[in-house]
Design a protein around this ligand. Structure first.
Ligand code: 26W
Length: 827
């Protein structure tokens, strides 16, 4: 297929690339070098790079249609991809040439890169994990399709105004998106609302007809996801909602101009914006419509491809391994049943077998407020047929429960897909669990807590379905792209293959951990990264961060369980001690924060204000001579996170044990040579196991102890009374020391801590500050610290998303890499 395609589209030497860029500027952007904006040049470069992965992309797509190839379908309401250009240059190994070509055209390569709008189609951990997994699936040559939603507006842009978060709409599509291709010929129709009617068909079979009151078009937009040097480019198919009938001429002719376009407007609202809530369910009908819309489009698309290959429906689960990224796409279980039973007339039992064999469900949170449950009335109004199907699934399931565990109606009520306790709800986690052959958590501790907590009754019923796949991150973006200097240093020592073989090769670095020359070079790389971040902090926060100080970093969504406010209590504690002339031998520290708060989450927004207010007081306190600095990097996203991970000395992973399912930032920091201070929570437990407890700063209650302390009746007030230094810290906060005397501003935080303190900050305070003192002592031993830093990187190979994907393929999806790469890629 590729032969004859002119080299201007495929050539990879500098001249050919320059020619390609010039051609795309003229023929695609319609610009001459004289009139082109930096965005025009970026577009011209982007199209030139896209041209050079198209062959891989179309070949990979052909593989989806080969009956012998089982395909992974990753259903996720969020994909936090980050900018494409740099990643595609790395994976195509064209970075040098394109840079030379661009600079040869008189342009600044980094300005061109920076012109790319980041597709912020996710909130945080779950969305970014989906993006890392897509990179690994292509790198491991596993045929896969990522299915999601093409939000017109992604996660909001965060501005800080007088210490307060202000949200701005994320118009990421304003200049167009060169990485996507619209595929209207593969549109799907999705039904909403209306009512159902049952009847008996000619063969005497019970049948149900769904008469919807709204039809919506689902238009797919495809984006190539190129693997790292694998020659495989899988597809990310994101659905956009468009009106079934774009323009209502009758309405127009009678002068009802809004009526003429009303359907268009309301329909397109479905994929208008990403819900910016991370961990908190908001029972909005539009959210349910979004979830059903992309689940239905995706399943119809898979069935189209399945029948196009002439494959019988009975083999659907042999061809497709569909993974539910949390409960957000869980309606897919009922939708596949509807399509098989109502549209393809498959008998119920057969359909149910196919469904269970097709789906796997990954849980990403234990927080009760994050577990999705939909009020019956709302559910019935949007999806009347699916409610009937869910009732049928539930009835058959509970019959089996009563057969296996007779006389335990309390257990039946706990297991039911319908929460009958108060207002009635559909429990989406129960639908996902009953409808899947596999349920997994995202870190060893989390998967255990899942089996002994929220899904305990299911784990007792189906122990064989439960497993763990610890999260991972792609070393391509999070080491090679974020930290090219460290990448070069590592490659110099252990060769070039390690980026695709992290868990095998990275540990080879360990042998250099006592090599003085290597230690110096390692320190220089870290210092250069800190100087780079220091420049960014000065420009964006107006704070002078001394690169020689310890960079103590906490970047993640703002949430009480992640305890950014515990970090602040330690900062105040350190400040008060320095003011008293204590700890003068401690190394200077720069505390760096970053993260967005859900717009409706008041306390999280107040924590952002707290960080700024405490920073303001400390940063302008000359008596400290810069020994402490506090900075908040605004608009934390994939692009802005890249210079942060390489620059960290200390990674703050301080969540209340049992609350952070896994964490993935913790992995990115360890890979870039930061040492972790953390609780035994999520993947921190496994990071500590890998890097060695002597190379990890552990503090705080375990998940077990947290539950026990709560059960025994936790008294934060008593701790406040007993601990004088803690009391002083909280009193300072209460008395307005960090709010220009305003005693009201931070009262909600103080009241929370002295009240229920649900995330047990006071219980962990003493252990935390003691651990931080140990950190300070160890940081003064520069050689010792550098050695630990190298060992953290060397021993974090396990946390490559390639390892996670290999486990999913082996344990859950039973999928093989494409033949073309099978030789090199051992799953
Ligand atoms: C209904 C609103 C909502 C939106 C998003 C509820 C829950 C979510 C996500 C599940 C939240 C999330 O991103 N969880 C994070 O997932 C990461 C990837 O597995 C984990 O590493 C984090 O620990 C977990 O908090």
């Amino acid at each position: 297929m590729t032969s004859g395609i002119r080299t201007v589209r495929t050539g990879s030497n500098v001249e050919q690339l320059q020619e390609a860029i010039r051609e795309n500027l003229f023929f695609v952007q319609g610009q001459t070098p004289e009139t082109a904006t930096i965005t025009d040049w970026y577009m011209a470069v982007a199209y030139s790079v896209r041209d050079r992965l198209l062959t891989h992309w179309l070949e990979t797509r052909r593989a989806y249609y080969k009956p012998e190839n089982k395909v992974v379908a990753y259903l996720s309401a969020e994909f936090l991809l980050g900018p494409h250009l740099g990643n595609n240059l790395l994976n195509l190994n064209l970075g040098q040439q394109v840079r030379a070509a661009v600079e040869g055209l008189g342009l600044n390569f980094y300005e061109v890169m920076a012109a790319e709008e980041e597709p912020g189609l996710g909130n945080g951990g779950l969305g970014r994990l989906a993006a890392c997994y897509m990179d690994s699936l292509s790198t491991l040559a596993v045929p896969a399709i990522g299915y999601g939603i093409r939000y017109e507006f992604g996660i909001f842009d965060q501005e800080i105004n007088n210490g307060w978060q202000v949200e701005a709409a994320d118009e990421w599509l304003r200049a167009g998106n060169p990485w996507e291709i619209r595929r209207p010929h593969q549109k799907q129709i999705v039904m909403f609302g209306g009512r159902t009617a049952d009847y008996t068909d000619n063969d005497g079979n019970y049948r149900v007809l769904w008469a919807p009151d709204r039809l919506v078009c689902g238009i797919p937009y495809d984006t190539p996801i190129l693997g790292y040097r694998s020659g495989v480019a899988n597809t990310l198919r994101l659905w956009k909602a468009e009106a079934y009938e774009d323009f209502n001429l009758e309405a127009f002719n009678i002068g009802d101009y809004y009526g003429a376009v009303e359907q268009k407007v309301t329909t397109e609202n479905i994929t208008k914006v990403l819900y910016p809530n991370d961990q908190a369910m908001r029972g909005k009908a539009l959210r349910l419509e979004q979830q059903y819309f992309f689940a239905s489009c995706s399943l119809q698309d898979m069935l189209r491809m399945h029948t196009a290959q002439g494959l019988p429906l009975e083999t659907f689960a042999d061809k497709w391994a569909v993974q539910l990224n949390d409960t957000h796409p869980a309606i897919a279980v009922a939708e596949l049943m509807r399509l098989l039973v109502d549209s393809f007339m498959v008998p119920w039992d057969t359909a149910w077998e196919i469904t269970q064999a097709t789906f796997g469900y990954t849980n990403h949170t234990l927080l009760p407020e994050a577990l999705e449950k939909w009020p019956l009335a709302l559910f019935r109004s949007v999806l009347p047929r699916h409610l009937e199907i869910i009732y049928e699934i539930n009835q058959r399931f509970l019959t089996e429960v009563r057969r296996r565990v007779p006389g335990d109606e309390a257990r039946v009520a706990r297991l039911s897909l319908i929460d009958e306790s108060g207002e009635r709800y559909v429990r989406m986690a129960h639908l996902a669990t009953v409808g899947s052959h596999s349920i997994n958590g995202v870190a060893a501790l989390h998967s255990e807590l899942l089996k002994h907590g929220v899904l305990r009754d299911f784990a007792e019923l189906y122990p064989e379905r439960f497993s763990n796949v610890t999260n991972g991150v792609t070393p391509r973006r999070w080491i090679a792209l974020a930290n090219p200097a460290l990448t070069a240093l590592i490659s110099e020592k252990i060769g070039n293959g390690w980026l695709a073989r992290l868990e095998h090769d990275l540990e080879l670095l360990e042998q250099f951990a006592d090599d003085e020359e290597f230690l110096q070079r390692w320190r220089r790389v870290k210092l250069a990264s800190k100087e780079c971040l220091s420049g960014i902090i000065r420009r964006r926060c107006g704070v002078a961060a001394d690169p020689e100080s310890m960079f103590d970093i906490q970047v993640k969504r703002i949430h009480e369980y992640k305890r950014q406010h515990l970090n602040v209590l330690h900062i105040i504690y350190s400040y008060l001690r320095l003011k008293r002339g204590l700890d003068s031998d401690a190394p200077p520290r720069t505390f760096i924060f970053g993260g967005k708060a859900a717009p409706g989450y008041f306390l999280a927004k107040l924590i952002i204000k707290l960080i700024h207010s405490v920073g303001e007081v400390i940063n302008k306190d000359a008596s400290l001579e810069g020994r402490l600095r506090v900075a908040f990097v605004p608009d934390y996203n994939v692009t802005n996170s890249l210079p942060v991970y390489p620059a960290a000395d200390l990674s703050e992973q301080i969540s209340t044990a049992g609350k952070e399912a896994s964490g993935t930032g913790n992995m990115k920091f360890a890979m870039n040579g930061a040492l972790t201070i953390g609780t035994l929570d999520g993947a921190n437990v496994e990071i500590r196991e890998c890097v060695g407890e002597e190379n990890f700063f552990l503090f705080g209650l375990t998940a077990e102890e947290v539950m026990r302390r709560k059960a025994e009746g936790y008294q934060p007030w008593a701790i406040y009374q007993q601990n004088e230094e803690l009391r002083e810290v909280i009193d300072q906060l209460r008395d307005g020391a960090f709010s220009r005397g305003d005693k009201e501003l931070f009262r909600p935080i103080v009241d929370q801590l002295l009240g229920a303190d649900p995330y047990m900050l006071l219980a962990d305070f003493e252990s935390y500050v003691r651990c931080q003192a140990a950190v300070s002592r160890e940081f003064l031993d520069t050689a010792g610290w550098t050695r630990k830093s190298i060992l953290n990187t060397a021993r974090s190979g396990k946390f490559s998303s390639d390892r996670s994907i290999r486990e999913y393929c082996r344990e859950i999806w039973n999928v093989k890499p494409l033949a073309k790469a099978a030789a090199e890629v051992a799953l």
